[in-house]
Design a protein around this ligand. Structure first.
Ligand SMILES: [Mn+2]
Length: 335
């Protein structure tokens, strides 16, 4: 499997020699890992003279704009598709594996002469050709760190620096819940140990990712928690968030991040769902679970995906209440 990682690396080096353009595609709704890993890779590629760009589907979550070099990322606008197509030879998906996780950018991703992926999601399938899927990695950051190490050995130069280490540490801390989720391994700590040699500000990273709150968030969270519905002897916790509620608190979708995990933390809860109506008429569903419920498998049944204990999906043209009832019943059968 390592061969596939080396093939991706070699193809990137070849792009550098030939002057070919590489566009990085973190998944839609880029989280700490998607953004941190792709920004780190972007900086490394620039260091080795590869023409690379980082292209996002939507502006960076305000929670993440403490990350170094976040302003180096471009946000895709539909009218610029042709411009990007001209620059691009290689499309590289980061923290996702195919074009359906690229959102509006799909129109360019699908056109690339060469498509590659670096990912750690189980639901992304097997590693082959130029798709490196390492489901043992807690974060894509571990894969990027390994690749940087490969490059350093291959080119006999030091590529890691404080900014890159900060980005990868942010990514790793994000996907491991500051090294406490069950995906955390000795490899996560080995990667972290290497990154710490470059002195990333770990306190700042964890504060920004996990502790920083706001008045809006505090009050909105209180209201949502008050209304959480517990079913099936308390094994299932459900929260329904409509636009009216967000408007009432002048809140955005970012203000409800993390509540689904806190619901799962309630004693007896095996799975938690947060349902949220989006402006395009679809319903976004976030799922967190404990050992007894495979969230990734459940989500795949509805066109979603993720990890065994953290997954999600988006149902198009759906009614918020009906979707919640439908999935509550389905989860009940699954439990
Ligand atoms: Mn990830």
């Amino acid at each position: 499997m390592i061969d596939v990682r080396l093939s991706v690396m070699n193809r990137l080096l070849e792009a550098g020699e030939k002057g070919e353009g590489v566009i990085l595609y973190p998944h839609i709704g880029a989280d700490g890992d998607a953004l941190g890993s792709s920004l780190a890779l972007l900086l490394v590629l620039k260091k080795i003279n590869v023409n690379a760009w980082l292209l996002l589907d939507e502006p960076i979550s305000p929670k993440l704009n403490f990350m170094p070099h976040w302003q180096d990322a471009f946000v895709f606008v539909d009218s610029e598709a042709e411009k990007w197509q001209k620059e691009q030879t290689i499309a590289l998906a980061v923290d996702c594996a195919d074009s359906d996780r690229t959102g509006r950018r799909r129109v360019i991703f699908d056109e690339a002469v060469c498509q590659m992926a670096l990912d750690h999601h189980v639901s992304s399938g097997e590693s082959k050709n130029l798709r490196f899927i390492d489901a043992q990695a807690a974060a894509t950051a571990e894969i990027i760190a390994d690749m940087i190490s490969d490059l350093e050995k291959h080119l006999q130069i030091e590529l890691m620096d404080r900014d890159i280490a900060s980005l990868l540490m942010t990514a790793l801390v994000s996907d491991t819940g500051r090294f406490v989720y069950s995906n955390t391994t000795s490899r996560s700590f080995r990667t972290a140990a290497w990154l710490m040699e470059y002195e990333p500000d770990l306190r700042l990273i964890t504060y920004q990712l996990f502790d920083l709150s706001s008045q809006v968030r505090l009050r909105l969270t209180g209201r949502i928690f008050t209304d959480v519905e517990f079913c099936y002897d308390g094994k299932l916790a459900i929260a329904i968030v409509d636009q009216k509620l967000l408007d009432e608190y002048n809140a955005t979708e970012h203000d409800i991040e993390g509540i689904v995990s806190q619901m799962r933390n309630v004693a007896g809860v095996e799975v938690s769902f947060v349902f949220r109506q989006l402006s395009d008429g679809s319903v976004k569903v976030n799922i967190r679970s404990s050992d007894g419920f495979n969230a990734s498998e459940f989500a795949r049944g509805y066109g979603g995906g993720g990890h065994p204990k953290a997954a999600g999906m988006t149902l198009k043209n759906a009614d918020l209440q009906q979707t919640a009832e439908m999935l509550r019943d389905a989860a009940g059968r699954y439990l």
